[in-house]
Write a protein that binds this ligand. Sequence first.
Ligand code: GLA
Length: 392
Amino acid sequence: MASSIPGVAELVAGARRLYGQVFGEEGPQVAVCAPGRVNLIGEHTDYNQGFVLPMALPMVTVVVGRETSGQDVTVVTATEDADEPHRVDFSLPSDGSPLSPGEPSWANYVKGVIQHYRAPVPGFRAVIASSVPLGGGLSSSASLEVAFYTFLQQLKPDDGDKISKAVACQQAEHTHAGVPCGIMDQFVSVLGREGHALLIDCRSLEATPVPLADPSLVILITNSNVKHSLTGSEYPTRRRQCEEAASILGKDSLRDATMKDLDEARGRLDDVTYRRARHVIEEIERTIQAAEALKRGGYKEFGRLMVESHNSLRDLYEVSCRELDELVSAAMEVEGVFGSRMTGGGFGGCTVTLLQAHAIDRTILHIQERYSGTPSFYVTTPSDGARALTLS
Ligand code: GLA
């Protein structure tokens, strides 16, 4: 059956306990959290300035801590799967020189956020705890970046601009994790809204909340529990191929290209570049249509677009894998399932399935029976973005 995830209060309690064990009596002064996300549709469109339709999850990363005098920073993670050591100590450079990334890798997100924080950063002590599965394609890294940024805001406030906050966290990922990601994950982790998905225009950075709280509907996340090592190298390659296609078409980005433009230029594009561009152009259109369908409760149409998106990611963009394809096929065999697709960067991680609430038990059972690996299931709802929490 579906896995239960620890709630925010439980995570905070655990982080406070660990804080006490590591730092002694004076407890943390602030606590914050930021969510992971699942993308409903609009995959690999964000860095092409297209549309995406993600929602924030109830799974969050929590940071508790306290400002200290001086320039010293100590951060401890309670995440068991994080690489060792689980504690880092460093000093904030007084001359503004950069904090270089290194080992352990989880601390690079913290260093990156400090680097790109939009106000002076004081010394501090902090503990991180998270219910977002690590490396499962649900944006555990964006939730850590945004949680940390939100933590720093409690110590020394910046101007409070939420879009600039998301962009600063994206920069942290670029410079300190070496992943040239788009804006989707950080954006929805900052601006997610309970009961809504967000239609984000990744060019204007405007977001339209789309209600998604129908009790007859369930959003099921299935974790394949596999992660293929391709992820690291393939993502930047896809991004480059898209930029190349846009440049051959004489456009700033694929957002400005139509299928007519692409077909007219076919002779000047190699087959792979053509297929990558086709996915992006059609996926941007599908995302707009899907948001419209959702607004009017057109779940069947939404589901059909999800499956089209998956097939395009599998055949044209080539970022799916056997396990994700199996999970989608299994889900689509169940009556009451509207649609299912891989979500996030690909090569493992999770699928997202939209179904009638009454079909949930048989869907989970059927996927369990049909999947060759060991899946985990999360029944989930759209949740709020990053926030400060009160410590009682
Ligand atoms: C990762 C990136 C996002 C986005 C997705 C694919 O999650 O962090 O910016 O590009 O892949 O849609």
